[in-house]
Ligand binder design. Structure first.
Ligand code: ZN
Length: 512
């Protein structure tokens, strides 16, 4: 035998593709040729595989070796092909029987000593294998639980090349699957911890109900971060498809906890304002790492102290926000990751970050305006809810009139509102009000009676309201009506929406 073929999976974005690893030994000067669009990390497989084979007590075939990865046109990234290459090589040299490897996908990186190392992206790789009709995979022990989370697959965990060779030859079984670890029960932050801040609480609830982006301006200590961190706690759990997507992205980023359970809670990402562009939108060598915006897919991206972010960074968010995905330029072609996020943006009212009127704040009105002005433009234009938060008074902190409502209770209202919106828009493919294109809401059957939108239309005529602002207000009004269990918004829902939209809502207006 001088030819052998072993199956592997290559990732392009979140999609896995079955890859055939062919090895051929021929007469000629000893050399290794690797073909089929490998990247740098994969090209280095040659050296890793050679060292791993020799250090596992195998003989390196001293012939001309051609390793080819098919389909050739598919770009291949990373080091997950190592183990499949080693198996194909050994089989082509007649050192391994091929039959036991028939129809088995082999994934794993090789250390120089022959140990098999964890790789990123095993969950989407195994998902793709199952979709292609594969029923058995061999994966690194460290990825075994993650692989086993995919229904319909039998997982063979390996810790070393030596162990895999012994298994294929029928000499020794593979290690056992590591025990399943239940996801740690973490009590996330709860809305019950937020004292006062009625307006902030209400804005967060409307945002959760309609999937609206929110901007909060307020001095330090007003509770902006507290509120943002609690938004995920009032969102519904992810459905199966979303949970698989979110878990796959964490797997590709290499941040998935080893327990092997799907992530069910909407993710929360809070990149620091000094974060690099790559950290925010993704990139890096080899298999591109998803950035914070993709790790927040189906969840929250919190931009604290938003004016401090570099302009280029904020600009880079624009395209993903519009399309719901990130397109990363790679050496060969592009890689795409999903990025459907809800943005929560927080800003201090002025660069010194002292409360307004505080003796330490020397900022002029111009300095304040310029500071928040850094946020103007396309990003702010996409934000439906703008609120100003005041610092909490001592009275509010010390003696709350009634204990604050818990996340669990708010979540019930949010779920009901979301269900109403989903039922209304499902045949058009929109899930939340924020996704509904503006013109739809201005046309029958969704157009509201003229007396309910009079103020808005006046604003439009006077030029104090843009057409986009008009649509955003309507979307918010629908979310407010959904929360209150009304079929469609009435005049006061529209007024309330206008206040939330313009940043003019105050605590006493928030809920009547
Ligand atoms: Zn100041």
């Amino acid at each position: 035998m001088s030819y052998a073929k072993v199956l592997c999976v290559g990732l392009v974005g979140v999609r896995g593709h079955l890859v055939e690893v062919e090895a051929d030994l021929s007469q000629g000067l000893p050399a290794v040729v690797l073909t089929g669009l490998p990247d740098t990390a994969l090209s280095e497989a040659r050296d890793r595989v050679r060292a791993a084979l020799v250090n596992s007590g195998q003989v390196w075939p001293n012939r001309r070796i051609t390793v080819n990865l098919l389909p050739a046109a598919l770009p291949k990234y990373g080091s997950a092909f190592d183990l499949a290459i080693a198996c194909a090589l050994l089989a082509s040299a007649g050192e391994l029987p091929l039959a036991p490897m028939e129809g088995v996908v082999v994934l794993g990186e090789l250390g120089l000593d022959g140990t098999v190392r964890r790789v990123r992206g095993v969950l989407p790789m195994v998902t793709a294998a199952v979709e292609a009709g594969i029923t058995r995979v061999v994966v690194p022990v460290g990825n075994a639980r993650e692989a086993a989370a995919v229904p319909g697959i039998t997982v063979g965990p390996v810790d070393s090349l030596h162990r895999l060779v012994a298994f294929i030859k029928g000499e020794k079984p593979l290690p056992d699957l590591p025990p399943r670890q239940a996801a740690p029960v973490v009590d996330g932050p709860d809305m019950a911890d937020v004292a006062g801040q009625e307006l902030g609480r209400y804005a967060i609830e409307v945002a959760a109900a309609g999937g609206h982006h929110v901007a909060m301006v307020g001095p330090p200590g007003a509770g902006k971060t507290m509120l943002a961190e609690r938004l995920p706690s009032i969102l519904p759990e992810l459905d199966d498809a979303s949970a698989l997507e979110v878990t796959a992205l964490q797997s590709i980023a290499g941040v998935l906890p080893p327990g092997g359970t799907l992530i069910r809670r909407p993710p929360f990402q809070a990149p620091h304002h000094s974060a690099s562009l790559a950290a925010l939108v993704g990139g890096g060598a080899g298999l591109a790492r998803p950035g914070a915006i993709s790790l927040a897919h189906r969840g929250l991206l919190f931009l604290d102290e938003a004016p401090e972010f570099a302009q280029a960074t904020l600009q880079a968010l624009r395209q993903p926000l519009e399309s719901g995905r990130v397109v990363l330029a790679r050496a060969r072609g592009t890689t795409e990751y999903p990025a459907q996020v809800q943005i929560v943006l927080a800003a201090n009212p002025c660069p010194c970050a002292n409360p307004a009127g505080d003796q330490h704040c020397q900022c002029s009105a111009i300095a304040r305006r310029r500071y928040l002005g850094r946020l103007s433009g396309p990003l702010m234009d996409r934000i439906d809810i703008h609120i100003k938060l005041e610092p909490l008074g001592v009275a509010q902190l010390m003696t709350p009139e009634t204990p604050a409502e818990s996340s669990a209770r708010v979540a019930v209202r949010v779920a009901r509102a979301r269900a109403a919106a989903a039922a209304r828009w499902s045949d058009r493919g929109w899930r939340v009000n924020a996704e509904v294109p503006g013109p739809q809401l201005r046309r029958p059957p969704w157009r509201l009676p003229p007396q309910d939108t009079r103020a808005l239309r006046n604003g439009l005529e006077r030029g104090s309201l843009s057409a986009r602002g008009f649509d955003r207000t309507l979307r918010l009004a629908w979310s407010i009506a959904d929360l209150d269990g009304r079929d469609r918004p009435n005049g006061s829902d529209v007024d309330e929406a206008a206040q939330l939209r313009m940043g003019e809502a105050h605590d006493r207006h928030a809920r009547s």
